[in-house]
Design a protein around this ligand. Sequence first.
Ligand SMILES: Nc1nc2c(ncn2[C@@H]2O[C@H](COP(=O)(O)OP(=O)(O)OP(=O)(O)O)[C@@H](O)[C@H]2O)c(=O)[nH]1
Ligand SMILES: [Mg+2]
Length: 396
Amino acid sequence: MSKQTYVRTKPHLNIGTMGHVDHGKTTLTAAITKVLSERGTGGYVPFERIDRAPEEAARGITINLAHVEYETDTRHYAHVDMPGHADFIKNMMTGAAQLDGAILVVSALDGVMPQTAEHVLLARQVGVDHIVVALNKADAGDPELTDLVELEVRELLTAHGYPGDTTPVVRVSGLRALAGDPRWTGAIEALLDAVDIYVPTPVRSTDAPFLLPVENVLTITGRGTVVTGAIERGTVRTGDRIEVPGTEVATVVTGVETFGKPMEVAEAGDNVALLLRGVARDAVRRGHVVAAPGSVVPRRRFTARVYVLSAAEGGRRTPVSTGYRPQFHLRTADVVGAVDIGDAADAVVARPGDTVTMTVELGRAVPLEPGLGFAIREGGRTVGAGTVVTVLPDQP
Ligand SMILES: Nc1nc2c(ncn2[C@@H]2O[C@H](COP(=O)(O)OP(=O)(O)OP(=O)(O)O)[C@@H](O)[C@H]2O)c(=O)[nH]1
Ligand SMILES: [Mg+2]
């Protein structure tokens, strides 16, 4: 193999586009790569290549294809464009995407829509602290109407605990920038500058034991089984011993790559593909974690603080009570869990809009720790978001 090695010369950040369906996330992503490729710090990734299904192009060790990488003058970015609302929930709300910052795409023609609001709400819940707004389709919007949309977005951010008054809001046109219109390529430059300046370089926990939530599992003919995902903590290099808690898998890493380039050492925050020695394709799945041996014990029970979404936020109309069994999305895992909100004799319920403490018993053990964020889903929609408070011993 004569592939070029990834050399870490700039801080690496994970960012992503979020926002309502059709507001132009993928077009904007393509436009960003086009502008930067013209600057010479990245490859142009056309719309069709961002928007295709991951299975379509597994060639070599490939990261989840919704990811594109690019560099500004000061940073290396992995940018995830989440194709649809359900995908967004799965990847981001579970913490799988591990975004250091987000670009909220709002169409200047349509303004704040339900998924705009839901994405902001859930971004807050999972600890995405920095949002930059791209007011997209500004080429087609009436300027006065666009002013109103900007006001509306700032109010939405403020309502969810973001500094709405000081958040950078940049008027862009992904479509016109893709067409090479200098006015709008300049706007993309301004958006990237805002991201560079406004989203701080995160402090990575590289000293902690290695942990990678598995996002995807692939087989590379002739090489073996590969797992992909964003490293949550620690570092990993070829030759390291790892295990997959809750399975029989205990083996050695035989290759580490990022965006198709081999790496000497990968660290927390990096999007990687790990080649694992002698592991059968079906021995590891999305939802598992790859961890330093002995560093993680999967558990089933925990207490949590949970916010139950209001009906206006797309949540339930009726309260939740003890015995409720929704799906819990923790990291990349999707597990059923039974909820206990208190003494049934007290008829304790959690109404939509309430924040409550609950005990959860999961259908199977997953790695848990205080502070871990999760989403609660039911029938394909998000109905709650919470944080693990205490991990409890399994009941006999
Ligand atoms: N006028 C104008 N149209 C745009 C712009 N950006 C995107 N569009 C159009 O809006 C539509 C949706 O664009 P996409 O980039 O697919 O939107 P998306 O947010 O990725 O959509 P989903 O992934 O389906 O949620 C397409 O028809 C685009 O051509 C823009 O800046 N100006
Ligand atoms: Mg899209």
